[in-house]
Design a protein around this ligand. Structure first.
Ligand SMILES: Cc1cc2nc3c(=O)[nH]c(=O)nc-3n(C[C@H](O)[C@H](O)[C@H](O)COP(=O)(O)O)c2cc1C
Ligand SMILES: [Mn+2]
Length: 484
C-alpha cells in the first residue's frame, strides 16, 4: 500500500496513468479547465500533475482518483468487489471449529487490531512549521468563472466531539476569504457540523485541523459515508492494511496523518458565520451563497517539497464519481447486513449520488420494494436519495439503459410511484425549502397477485440455449467472411 501521495503518483507515472504538465498553467480557471477535459475523456482520463502552476512553486495534482483503475490502485485491490467481499468476511466471523480453523482466522483478528491508528513523534508533514504561514503560499484553485473565490476542494477536516472526544474526518470545501481565514462548508447533516453544534452549545471554540495531500486511502476515507461516531481512520487502517500514523498538531489539540504534505491548523468560533459561495458544484450548477462557519488559521505545517492535491467538481462525470463508486461497492455489504434482500445498488454519474439510486432486490413478500425505499430513506447518507428505483434481482443495476427499459415496462405510474417527504441534500435546489423536500420511489419490480396484480405478468423474451449457441457459431463465421 502506498506510504504517501508521492509514492502513489510515482507508481501512476510508471504505469502510464499520469500526465505531467510542465508548461505554466494558471490556478485561476486554467488548471480546472484542463482537468475538466481529462475527466470528460474516455474512462475518466489520466491523473494530472501540473508541475508549474503559474505563480507558485508547489505542484498541483488533479484527477488522481478519476478512473476505476486508479481508484482500485489507491485502495490496493484488483477490483472494488474484492474489497466488498473482504468487508463481508470481516463482518461475518464464523465460529472456529477446532484449532486449525481458529488458526486460519488469526489473520482476520490481526486485521481488526491493525485498524487502530497510532501516534508517531516525527512526521514529514511537520518538516516546516509556519506559525505565520498564509494561504497565499498555496496554489489553491479558482475552479469556475462565477465562483466566489479560490476553494480548497479536497481537504480532510479533522474535528473531535467536544463532549465525547470522538474523532470525525470529512471532506468539506473551504473558500479562501484571505490568507488566514476560510469558510468551513460542513453541511448541517455532516459530522463536522454536529461537532460544531456541540461546541456552540457549550460556547466553546472548536479546534479544526485540515490535512491536505495525505496517503491515498485517507483521501477516500474522508469522503466515505461512515456512520456517525465511527472513526474514518478505522476504515483508513482497514484499507491501508496497516495502522495509520498520526502526529500531534503544533497549535491545536488534534492529530493528523503523518503522511500529509500540508496541514492547516486552526479553529472555528461559536456563533460566527460568513457568506460562502457561489461555487460551481458537483450538481453541475452553481451552489448559491449561504452562511457558513469560519475557519481561522493558526499554523501551516508542511513538507519541504509538498504537492497540492485537489479536485474539480462540475457537470458529471467528474473525479468524485469514482470516489462515490468506491463507497457504492464498499458500503453495499455493510448495508446488506441490515437489509439483506438488497442484491445490488448503483448511483449513476448523472444522478450525482443523491438524485438517483437504483437498487435490485430479492423480492420475498408483497410491498417489498416499498420497504426497501423506506429503508434507503432511513439509512445514513442514503437518506438524501431523491429518487429510488427498485428492480428485481435479474436486472443489472449498473446498466442504466436496461434499468430505463425495465422501469418503463414494469411501472404503472399511478400504482407504483411512492411519494414522500424528508431531509434532502443541502445541494438540492429543486426542493421547496433548504434541505427538506420531496422524494419519489419507483417500484419497478414484477407485481404479484398478492399485491393486487391479477393479470398475467409477461415473460421476458429469451432465446433457447441451443439456438443461441448455434447463432454464435454462425455469427462468428459470418464475421470472419465479411472480414476477408
Ligand atoms: C470532492 C468532494 C467535496 C465535498 N464537499 C463537501 C462539502 O463542501 N460539504 C459537505 O458537507 N460535504 C462535502 N462532501 C461530502 C462529504 O465529504 C461526505 O458526505 C462525507 O461522507 C462526510 O463525512 P461525515 O459523515 O463524517 O461528515 C464532498 C465530497 C467530495 C468527494
Ligand atoms: Mn463521519
Amino acid at each position: 500500500m502506498y506510504a504517501d501521495l508521492s509514492a502513489f503518483l510515482t507508481d501512476l507515472d510508471q504505469r502510464g496513468l499520469l500526465t505531467r504538465v510542465s508548461e505554466p498553467v494558471h490556478p485561476d480557471l486554467e488548471i480546472a479547465a484542463v482537468t475538466d477535459r481529462a475527466c470528460k475523456s474516455a474512462g475518466g482520463g489520466p491523473a494530472l500533475l501540473f508541475e508549474n502552476p503559474t505563480g507558485f512553486d508547489i505542484p498541483v495534482a488533479t484527477n488522481v482518483f478519476g478512473s476505476l483503475e486508479r481508484m482500485c490502485l489507491a485502495l490496493g485491490v484488483k477490483s472494488l468487489d474484492d474489497l466488498a467481499r473482504e468487508i463481508n468476511e470481516l463482518m461475518t466471523p464464523a465460529m472456529p471449529e477446532g484449532i486449525i480453523d481458529a488458526l486460519r482466522m488469526l489473520p482476520m483478528v490481526g486485521r481488526l487490531r491493525d485498524l487502530m491508528p497510532k501516534t508517531v513523534k516525527d512526521a514529514p508533514c511537520q518538516e516546516i512549521v509556519q506559525r505565520d504561514g498564509t494561504l497565499d503560499e498555496l496554489p489553491i484553485l479558482k475552479c469556475w468563472p462565477e465562483d466566489g473565490g479560490r476553494y480548497v476542494t479536497l481537504p480532510l477536516v479533522f474535528t473531535r466531539d467536544p463532549e465525547t472526544g470522538v474523532r470525525n474526518i470529512g471532506t468539506y470545501r473551504m473558500q479562501v476569504f484571505d490568507g488566514r481565514t476560510t469558510a468551513m462548508h460542513w453541511q448541517r447533516h455532516k459530522g463536522g457540523a454536529q461537532h460544531h453544534r456541540v461546541a456552540e452549545r457549550l460556547g466553546e471554540r472548536l479546534d479544526v485541523a485540515v490535512a491536505l495531500s495525505p496517503e491515498p486511502v485517507l483521501t477516500y476515507a474522508a469522503t466515505a459515508p461512515m456512520p456517525e461516531g465511527l472513526d474514518e481512520l478505522l476504515l483508513g487502517g482497514f484499507l491501508a492494511r496497516r495502522r495509520i500514523e498520526l502526529v500531534k498538531c503544533v497549535t491545536v489539540d488534534l492529530e493528523v496523518p503523518a503522511s500529509s504534505h500540508i496541514v492547516l491548523e486552526g479553529y472555528v468560533e461559536p456563533g460566527e458565520r460568513r457568506r460562502e459561495g457561489p461555487f460551481g458544484d458537483h450538481t453541475g450548477f452553481y451552489s448559491q451563497p449561504d452562511d457558513f462557519p469560519v475557519f481561522h488559521l493558526t499554523c501551516i505545517t508542511r513538507r519541504r517539497r509538498p504537492t497540492y492535491l485537489t479536485t474539480i467538481v462540475g457537470i458529471p462525470p467528474m473525479e468524485d464519481f469514482y470516489l462515490g463508486m468506491a463507497s457504492e461497492r464498499i458500503f453495499l455489504p455493510i448495508i446488506q447486513k441490515t437489509v439483506p434482500e438488497i442484491v445490488d445498488m448503483h448511483f449513476p454519474a448523472e444522478g450525482i449520488f443523491h438524485n438517483l439510486v437504483i437498487i435490485s432486490i430479492d423480492k420475498r413478500y408483497p410491498g417489498h420494494a416499498r420497504k426497501i425505499m423506506n429503508a434507503v430513506w432511513g439509512l445514513g447518507q442514503l437518506m438524501f436519495s431523491k429518487t429510488v428505483v427498485v428492480v428485481d434481482k435479474d436486472v443489472n443495476v449498473h446498466d442504466v439503459r436496461e434499468v430505463a427499459w425495465i422501469v418503463g415496462t414494469h411501472m404503472d405510474p399511478v400504482r407504483d410511484v411512492q411519494m414522500t417527504k424528508g431531509p434532502v441534500d443541502d445541494l438540492d435546489d429543486a426542493a421547496e425549502l433548504p434541505a427538506y423536500g420531496g422524494k419519489m420511489g419507483i417500484d419497478a419490480t414484477r407485481k404479484w397477485a398478492s399485491e393486487g396484480y391479477t393479470r398475467n405478468w409477461p415473460a421476458r423474451i429469451r432465446m433457447t440455449a441451443p439456438a443461441d449457441r448455434r447463432a454464435g457459431e454462425i455469427w462468428a463465421r459470418l464475421a470472419k467472411a465479411s472480414a476477408r
